[in-house]
Design a protein around this ligand. Structure first.
Ligand code: SF4
Length: 199
């Protein structure tokens, strides 16, 4: 008799984080990926990241569900903290928005658990993700599966897999503010214009 697996909906933040995380859960769970990222700016970048996720869901054969891209609602959630920088309340509000929508979809569609591939990101703190996951679990009423895909060299494995599979790796987190912050940090370090003057 076939044993019924627990149904898991896993929020996909981007393919470099998902490429190792999603297959590593498939033996244990009956899972689907949920791409919900209205934070990503501009739209072309969103489409580029989404197309990589679609490509890998076809290749690795897992179900993908694509959520709304409603940037107005996202801006409304983070507006009070928009210039607070990475790891701040801005990120907390952004991640909470993604996990709340994942949990809602999971509950409405009879999943048992929800999780996120963000726990594979070196830019995200597990403690913050755990806190947000617990809050969302209480508010929406569906269990958050605590993961840490960075463990057991998960992050290194995902880098290697990304290289082999030629997966696009972005160089900023996703929102317009993280893009500006990245560009300013590059500009500050390398981007100064050198003007030679004759003496
Ligand atoms: S830096 Fe990343 S996590 Fe933070 S608000 Fe921007 S997109 Fe969201």
């Amino acid at each position: 008799m076939e044993i019924k697996k627990t149904k898991l909906l896993i929020h996909i933040c981007c393919e470099p984080d998902a490429v190792y995380a999603v297959p590593s859960m498939r033996n244990e769970y009956d899972l689907a990926g949920f791409f919900f990222n209205p934070n990503i700016h501009p739209k072309e970048e969103y489409e580029k990241r989404l197309s990589e996720v679609k490509r890998m869901s076809n290749l690795q054969k897992w179900e993908l569900i694509v959520g709304d891209y409603n940037i107005r609602v996202w801006f409304d959630k983070i507006k009070e903290h928009k210039w607070d920088g990475e790891y701040s309340e801005r990120c907390r509000a952004c991640i909470k928005h993604s996990l709340t929508n994942t949990a809602r979809f999971a509950k409405e569609n009879n999943y048992d658990l929800f999780a996120t591939t963000l726990t594979n990101s070196p830019r995200k703190k597990i403690e913050m993700l755990d806190e947000i996951g617990n809050e969302v679990e209480r508010e929406i009423g569906i269990k958050y599966l605590h993961t840490n895909f960075k463990k057991k060299n998960g992050y290194l494995k995902s880098i290697k897999m990304s290289k082999v599979l030629n997966i696009y790796r972005q160089n900023y987190c996703g929102c317009i503010y993280s893009k500006i912050e990245k560009e300013q940090s590059i500009g500050g370090k390398y981007g100064r214009e050198i003007i030679k003057t004759s003496k």
